[in-house]
Design a protein around this ligand. Structure first.
Ligand code: SAM
Ligand code: SF4
Length: 336
């Protein structure tokens, strides 16, 4: 298998890749309307990497300088035995890996928060677009807000640092954003707002609910004292500190503000496809490399090809009602 001397991942624009987002499953127990259709077609299980293959692949990334891994999906916590992968990767913390984290919808956190913490995870992102049970059921097409809130409470009790992710939706949760922020900050959680992205076919037209975050920020600034934060997560979010609450709000603006110049990340789907950009079609097949006769050599070649192809920036936009999605791939496929 790969050795610690394997060459680091550096792309044509001299960006060093240190962050892997790994989708452990494309399946989910919710059906958020902006993310996937009600009748989402999931991958046949045989196509999905085994947890052992995911582990091997993650080790190859770590050997090439990846220091942060985020497990995502689909819903990562619905994959059976997924905690075993977390435990195995947790053993690399302090040995190449600096951070192991995940993004979850929270429905299974009440059961798993203690195990995640014990495996070495110390912070997680939980997606929550509303605290109104009826609106939650409408947005996610499942009546599961209670489980999610219990999960968030369990995560906090387990000592996990929680960040809330909220997709800002015009005419949906727009009115609730200040109270969501107030609640999150009261609990000691930062909250990041995300603009809806045109990824994959869904039933409705995302343009109807697209809410540019510059407008949200103006609205929040009328209510609270916002100061640009010098702190950065190294990711695409720009943060402000809120004087009155003592918490932070992040803004992820893939559509109104390009964030590609400092990109340090790549994504791998549950089938082992390495996508160099969330907003691009370019991919390299790591599953074929892993299942080949000589995985070490095949992976090295695949990584070299990927670094040669990582695009400079993404080009998607929601600019017209009824426009087709910029990409046919859903966020749940690539790993959000
Ligand atoms: N199921 C987990 C969750 O919801 O946190 C992890 C995967 S989900 C695809 C990751 C994030 O992507 C969530 O915060 C979700 O709200 C966001 N997301 C999904 N589809 C999106 C879209 N079309 N535009 C913007 N964000 C999206
Ligand atoms: Fe599932 Fe996350 Fe997509 Fe919602 S956003 S449907 S929770 S994968």
């Amino acid at each position: 298998m790969s050795t610690p001397s394997a060459s680091p991942l550096v792309d044509r624009f001299d960006r060093r890749i240190t962050y892997l987002r790994l989708s452990v499953t494309d399946r989910c127990d919710l059906r958020c309307a902006y993310c996937m259709p009600e009748r989402m077609e999931f991958l046949p299980r045989a196509e999905v990497l085994t947890l052992e293959e995911m582990h091997r692949m993650a080790l190859a990334f770590i050997a090439r300088g990846v220091t942060k891994i985020r497990l995502t999906g689909g819903e990562p916590l619905v994959r059976r035995d997924m905690i075993e992968l977390v435990r195995a990767l947790g053993r690399k913390l302090g040995d190449g890996l600096e951070e192991l984290t995940l993004t979850t919808n929270g429905t299974r956190l009440a059961e798993l928060a203690d195990d995640l913490r014990a495996a070495g995870v110390d912070r997680i992102n939980v997606s929550l677009d509303t605290r109104d049970p009826a609106l939650f059921a409408r947005l996610s097409r499942r009546d599961m807000l209670g489980q999610v809130l219990d999960g968030i409470a369990a995560a906090k009790a387990a000592g996990l640092r929680v960040k809330i992710n909220t997709v800002a939706l015009k005419g949906r949760n727009e009115h609730e954003i200040p109270s969501l922020v107030g609640w999150a900050h009261g609990e000691g959680f930062d909250l990041t707002l995300i603009e809806v992205m045109p990824l994959g076919e869904v039933e409705g037209d995302r343009f109807d609910h697209y809410l540019p975050l510059d407008a949200v920020r103006r609205d929040l600034a009328a209510r609270w004292t916002l100061t640009d934060s010098v702190a950065s997560s190294g990711g695409p979010a720009r943060y402000v500190e809120v004087a009155e609450t003592g918490g932070r709000i992040g803004f992820i603006t893939p559509l109104t503000g390009n964030f590609c110049a400092g990109c340090n990340r790549v994504r791998v789907t549950a089938t082992g496809q390495l996508f160099m950009c969330l907003g691009g079609e370019g991919k390299v097949d790591l599953r074929a490399a892993l299942r080949s006769d000589d995985p070490d050599t095949a992976l090295a070649e695949a990584f070299a090809r990927a670094m040669g192809e990582k695009p400079e920036r993404h080009h998607f936009a929601i600019d017209a009602p009824g426009a087709a999605p910029a990409l046919l791939r859903h966020m749940s496929t690539t790993g959000g």
